[in-house]
Ligand binder design. Structure first.
Ligand code: ASP
Ligand code: MG
Length: 403
């Protein structure tokens, strides 16, 4: 029998009515003759509320205890969903991440899945039951409860789908799929019928909020097809799958924007080999993910190094950079969080020149200054003032005829 993994996000299980609607959909899928394994997020904004509770109680908030606290949200939704399924006559069994055999490394609040020992989940399926697994959590090789980072339930679902050899991993959320741009900003944005793993990866990495980045990475690495769908309308969503080389590719598929990054500049760094390496090693040792980097040309033997980091990591990044001033012989560190990264993504740009020129021309026509640029084979990103982000996205969506 073909296995489908269905993941329901927080908004899909936000209250009793939503949980019953999800139970109904799971029951129908099961009766349609497919094996279903379910992964759930915490109800609504539960995880945010748990974070606030911790902030109210403690300034230190030891990460091991944060994981113990945050993992409780998903325990609530999994148990309630199983109860709703029981009312529909479906044999359902909830499993914590640990019970589901999700083994992670020991990095609390940002753990990575190392292995899934899926035998208990497999056994539940073999019994004809529906396993319901708590997303976003696992158990470390030190046997402590861990969480996978915010939005981590998507990763649980994809990893479980890979472990079970599922034919598809369906991600249910409150939007009906992946759009050419954020529809709240661009009313003319269109739902995409399909995108490649690579394009989705670039979108997730640059502010497309539909799927967590790590889940897409995992899906690509393990060849797991995803479908992003709405649990409110149940209409067909967006399929994310391996690129089909026989198909003509869209030059530009989507425009994304991200205001969650900040820019740090380390000024007056002597232009000598090894200094940038030391700075970025120090940041990496604190698990800071650096994104865009610009080093200006050396005047008088010194350069400025600017880079972006998630604003959530800004404080620690500034502290690291400042602690390196002496070792680097730099003159100072400054930070700026009023920035936005705007990205143009499309697999077809690999073979079509001119996308960069058109992007820059579109921004120039609006008088928008480009502060940093980074590219991959299928993406161009520009860092601009955050106040200009919305008009930039709208203009690029029109310029690349995505409406
Ligand atoms: N409940 C967790 C969060 O809010 C995990 C998830 O929703 O994927 O981040
Ligand atoms: Mg989520």
């Amino acid at each position: 029998m073909s296995v489908v993994v269905q993941k329901y996000g927080g908004s899909s299980v936000a209250d009793a009515d939503r949980i019953r609607a999800v139970a109904d959909h799971v029951a129908r899928t099961r009766r349609g003759g497919r094996e279903v394994a379910v992964v759930v997020s915490a109800m609504g904004k539960t995880t945010d509320a748990l974070v606030r509770m911790a902030e109210d109680v403690s300034a230190k908030r030891p990460l091991r205890e944060m994981d113990m606290l945050l993992s409780s949200g998903e325990r609530i939704s999994m148990a309630l969903l199983c109860m709703a399924l029981a009312d529909l006559g479906v044999d359902a069994r909830s499993f914590t991440g640990s019970q589901a055999g999700i083994i992670t490394d020991t990095v609390h609040t940002k753990a990575k899945i190392l292995e899934i020992r899926s035998d208990r989940i497999r056994a539940a399926l073999d019994d004809g039951a529906v396993p319901v697994v708590a997303g976003f959590q696992g158990v470390s090789t030190d046997r402590d409860v861990t969480t996978l980072g915010r939005g981590g339930s998507d990763t649980t679902a994809v990893a479980l789908a890979a472990a079970l050899g599922a034919s598809v991993c369906e991600i249910y959320t409150d939007v009906s799929g992946v759009y050419t741009a954020d529809p709240r900003i661009v009313p003319a944005a269109r739902k995409l019928a399909r995108v490649s793993h690579e394009e989705m990866l670039e979108m997730a990495a640059t502010g497309g909020r539909v799927l967590a980045l790590r889940s897409v990475e995992f899906a690509r690495n393990h060849g797991v097809p995803l479908e992003v769908r709405s649990s409110f309308t149940w209409e067909p969503g967006t399929i994310v799958e391996e690129e089909d080389p026989s198909m003509e590719q869209m030059i530009v598929t989507a425009i994304t924007h991200d205001v969650s990054e900040s820019k740090i500049t380390v000024a007056g760094v002597p232009d000598r080999p090894g200094l940038a390496a030391r700075l970025f090693r120090a940041l990496a040792d604190r698990a800071v993910n650096v994104d865009m980097i610009v080093q200006n040309t050396s005047l008088h033997g010194t350069t400025d190094i600017s880079f972006t980091v998630p604003t959530a990591d800004l404080e620690i990044s500034i502290a690291v950079a400042e602690s390196m001033i002496g070792a680097l012989g730099a003159t100072g560190v400054s930070a700026d969080s009023d920035v936005a990264r705007i990205s143009v993504i499309g697999a077809g740009m690999k073979t079509h020149p001119g996308v960069t020129a058109q992007m820059f021309e579109t921004l120039a026509a609006l008088g928008i200054n480009i502060e940093m640029i980074s590219t991959s084979a299928i993406r161009i990103s520009c860092l601009i003032r955050s106040s200009a982000a919305e008009e930039a996205v709208q203009a690029l969506h029109t310029a690349f005829e995505l409406g």
